[in-house]
Design a protein around this ligand. Structure first.
Ligand code: NAD
Length: 519
């Protein structure tokens, strides 16, 4: 498979037909890379086992991908450790690491349509949204490449007879375990800072979306990343993921995924070598709309997009909408109108706002929550599953934008992370009540405040238990700000200079000098 000569990179698809044609060419002319990536080479899993990845928009199998296990994890850890100790990357001058990572970013840019297409086919997200993710992924790699040769160490404020240096050093072997909802973007958030800091990285993509990670591996090789610095092990969490997490030779686990698995990873670290564990986990994010906010139409549009973007399969989905009761009825009507414009469609159609749910299990889980919401007495105002024969392929796992009004904190739809296009609307009368409802959650990933009162905005923003607060927007942010949660949403921070701190350690070098008095 010769990546450099790939004609696919030259295509710039724009229309639905263009994307369909590109998908056809990708599958028939090129095929997918399906093997694990180890020491700059593609290899089958040691066991020879494979797993099937399915296009959830059609129900058709896409590829048989290597299903790695303990033996593959051990091999990858050995290779990654050897590369780290060899120093070809870990001891390379930061400016030279920067050059390689900038080349990688350029390659991602050149191949962004193909990578976006792989994510769309693999997990059902609209291709236009996947292309947006690519911009985030490329920006992330560039940001860390550009920062790494601008970070200085410290000289401690000691007396003249000593010198205290505070150095920043890479950790060693980093295992990055990522989910399926933003395959390329989550990967970039992890590997960008980890590689820039000089670590060797083993990436474990989700078993539901491994294809773009394997294409990325080809591009890291083309960019000139030295042997053994980057590995990709596709496979299941309970096999290869667990083996990496229990390894005595992995120095850091950086994880994005569910809170339940995050808790398991902390246990594995305790059972093995106390590796550092950085977690980006789930959420049930509150979006607070006060009656004094400006332009209800626009706010409703954003409140709907906050939950229906990426079919609701978003960690920071604004899944709890808290609306001041004096405007609630009118506001919910506007949200319903906005939701009507956000119906699911073929992921390859750039006009589709939502795509398919990632797989049948996730589809069924979301439908079960919808049934439960009805049973619990919430008012179902819109949504539910897409019936076969209404325009979308009968095999596709599509769910309509779903809105429950009159939700209370005791209901599962108002409390648990559904990870689908289901909005729970709560009413409140006072700021205190809004804050109490918002903070009554195990999670603390994101929150929104819509108001024109700056005093209220600051009061509420400070009191929201959340890693990030969006004021008069939802999820408008870029690479320059840290991203992460509090409470059971995790302990890590992706993006910005702060994420580099997770992938490096401080070392003190203390020198005793000859005292001036004895010279
Ligand atoms: P998941 O926890 O099921 O899986 C995430 C990754 O962990 C996958 O690669 C999986 O194979 C692996 N894994 C599963 N069990 C494992 C084990 N025992 N040992 C090691 N690895 C294991 O999550 P998911 O379904 O892929 O993703 C959805 C979840 O991710 C949601 O809860 C969502 O909120 C969260 N998420 C969080 C963020 C964030 O930044 N906070 C971003 C995206 C998604």
């Amino acid at each position: 498979m010769n990546v450099q000569s790939s004609p696919l990179a030259a295509s710039v698809p724009e229309t639905h037909a263009d994307w369909q044609a590109l998908a056809e060419r990708l599958q028939t002319e090129r095929g997918f890379e399906t093997r694990a990536y180890l020491d700059n080479d593609f290899v089958a899993a040691v066991s020879g086992e494979t797993l099937t990845t399915i296009n959830p928009a059609t129900g058709e199998p896409l590829a048989e991908v290597a299903s790695c296990d303990v033996a593959d994890a051990e091999a990858a850890v050995t290779v990654a450790r050897r590369a780290f100790d060899g120093g070809a990357w870990s001891r390379l001058a930061p400016g030279e690491r920067k050059a390689v990572l900038l080349r990688l970013a350029d390659l991602l840019e050149t191949h962004r349509h193909e990578l976006a297409l792989l994510d769309s086919l693999d997990m059902g997200k609209p291709v236009s949204s996947a292309l947006g993710d690519m911009a985030g992924a490329i920006g992330c790699i560039r940001h860390h490449a550009e920062s790494i040769d601008k970070l200085y160490g410290e000289v401690a404020p000691t007396g003249e007879d000593s010198l205290g240096l505070v150095l920043r050093e890479p950790l060693g072997v980093v295992a990055s375990i990522v989910p399926w909802n933003f395959p390329m973007m989550m990967t970039a958030w992890k590997i960008g800072p980890a590689l820039a800091a000089g670590n060797s990285v083993i990436l474990k993509p989700s078993e539901k979306s491994p294809l773009s990670a394997l294409r990325l591996a080809q591009l890291t090789r083309e960019a000139g990343l030295p042997h053994g610095v980057f590995q990709v092990l596709p496979g299941f969490g309970h096999t290869v993921g667990k083996a990496l997490a229990l390894s005595m030779e992995v120095d850091c686990l950086s994880f994005t995924g569910s809170t339940g698995v995050g808790k398991q990873l902390m246990q594995y670290a305790g059972q093995s070598n106390l590796k550092k564990v950085y977690l980006e986990c789930g959420g049930k994010s509150p979006n607070l709309v006060f009656a004094d906010c400006k332009d209800l139409e626009r706010v409703a549009e954003h409140a709907a997009a906050a939950i229906f973007h990426n079919q609701g399969e978003v960690c920071i989905a604004g899944s709890r909408l808290l609306v001041e009761n004096s405007i609630r009825e009118a506001f919910v009507d506007k949200v319903l109108a906005a939701a009507e414009r956000m119906q699911p469609g073929d992921p390859l159609d750039p006009a589709s706002f939502m795509g398919a749910m990632v797989d049948r299990a996730q589809y069924q889980r979301v439908l079960d929550y919808i049934h439960r919401g009805v049973e619990e007495g919430a008012a179902l105002r819109a949504g539910g599953q897409v019936e076969a024969g209404d325009g979308l392929n009968g095999q596709g796992l599509f769910i309509r934008p779903t809105v429950f009004d009159g939700v209370t904190g005791g209901m599962a739809v108002g409390r648990e992370e559904i990870f689908g296009p289901v909005l729970a609307v709560f009413g409140f009368d006072t700021e205190e009540e809004a804050l109490r409802l918002a903070n009554d959650s195990d999670y603390g990933l994101a929150a929104g405040v819509w108001s024109q009162d700056i005093d209220r905005i600051m009061r509420v923003s400070r009191r929201l238990q959340s890693g990030q607060v969006f004021v008069n927007n939802w999820a408008d942010m870029d690479q320059t700000v840290p991203f992460g949660g509090v409470k059971q949403s995790g302990n890590g921070r992706d993006k910005s200079h702060h994420s580099l701190e997770e992938y490096s350690d401080l070392k003190t070098v203390w020198m005793t000098l000859t005292p001036t008095s004895s010279l």
